[in-house]
Design a protein around this ligand. Structure first.
Ligand SMILES: Nc1nc(=O)c2c([nH]1)NC[C@@H]1CN(c3ccc(C(=O)N[C@@H](CCC(=O)O)C(=O)O)cc3)CN21
Ligand SMILES: CC(C)C(=O)C(=O)O
Ligand SMILES: [Mg+2]
Length: 263
């Protein structure tokens, strides 16, 4: 998979499937699955490090996650999230962050929003690095948005998001994440654009979908926005395994004779 095959998928109306991933062991499993691309998301701040927003993660930490995922999924297309403010200071600091994610093994970077970012997107793309855009609910702006809430409900916001989507395409983005917007708006944007749209909480009409791995595995019982579908009862299955282990140790069932070294 590469940016040309993603565009082809849109033309052929074949859905693109993306999942987030942050570590080597999980990446090895994703690499065996029918998944088109991995996002090493800054949601790592929340699901891997326990913060309540994506703001605290650094470029170095993101690069560390990208390196681990790359080792586990050597052939999968990896998009690395540029963290909070890493692309807002100067061109030189932005390119340093881009370089660190690309050298860590990403094939593309993602950044949030278009306001004030068109020039830097153009520069990154002209430097040979594919950029994935991201509009709608942009979690790095959670404090400005007043919380994680659906975007593009009011008529003027819908119009603004349509203009932003076109601006992302014009700035050179190869694909665009639409997060937490009404399905009708996502459908309009998807037909407006030549580049593929990847939805999360954006309905069924986008060219692809992305979900956070821990959400689809049911590992976090506290987090259940409307758009999450749990494909595994992960919290229960992990918990049962830990409790079975504890009980087997206490009862002497573990280790069994074949789990011991003779000699
Ligand atoms: N684990 C995880 N999964 C994600 O999808 C995710 C993250 N973390 N961190 C970064 C952002 C934050 N996201 C979020 C966080 C909360 C809601 C949420 O609470 N939604 C509510 C209210 C929406 C509304 O009505 O305005 C919901 O019930 O869907 C949505 C997306 C999506 N992203
Ligand atoms: C939710 C997706 C699109 C993301 O940006 C992330 O996981 O960081
Ligand atoms: Mg992100």
């Amino acid at each position: 998979m590469n940016i040309l095959t993603f565009a082809e998928h849109k033309r052929k109306h074949e859905k693109l499937v993306m999942v987030t991933c942050y570590d080597y062991t999980a990446a090895r499993i994703v690499a065996q699955a029918d998944i088109d691309m991995i996002l090493v998301g800054d949601s790592a701040a929340m699901v891997m490090h326990g913060h309540d927003s994506t703001l605290p993660i650094s470029t170095d930490e993101m690069a560390m996650h990208v390196r681990a995922v790359r080792r586990g999924a050597p052939k999968t297309f990896i998009v690395g999230d540029l963290p909070f403010l890493s692309y807002r200071r100067s061109q030189s600091e932005t390119m340093d962050a881009v370089a660190r994610l690309m050298r860590a093994g990403a094939e593309a970077v993602k950044l949030e929003g278009i306001a004030g970012n068109a020039e830097i997107i153009r520069h990154i793309v002209d430097s040979g690095v594919p950029v994935m855009g991201h509009i709608g609910l942009t979690p790095q702006s959670v404090n400005q948005l007043g919380g994680f809430r659906v975007q593009g409900v009011e008529a003027d916001d819908r119009e603004r998001l349509k203009r932003e989507a076109v601006a992302c395409q014009e700035a050179g983005c190869f694909a665009l994440v639409l997060e937490c917007v009404p399905e009708t708006l996502a459908a309009e944007i998807t037909s407006l654009l030549k580049i593929p749209t990847i939805g999360i909480g954006a309905g069924a009409e986008t060219d692809g979908q992305v979900l956070v791995m821990h959400d689809l595995l049911g590992l976090n019982l506290d987090f259940k926005p409307k758009f999450v579908r749990r494909y595994l009862d992960g919290n229960k299955q992990w918990l049962d395994a830990f409790n079975q282990y504890a009980s087997d140790v206490r009862s002497g069932e573990f280790p069994a004779s074949e789990e011991r070294y003779a000699g």
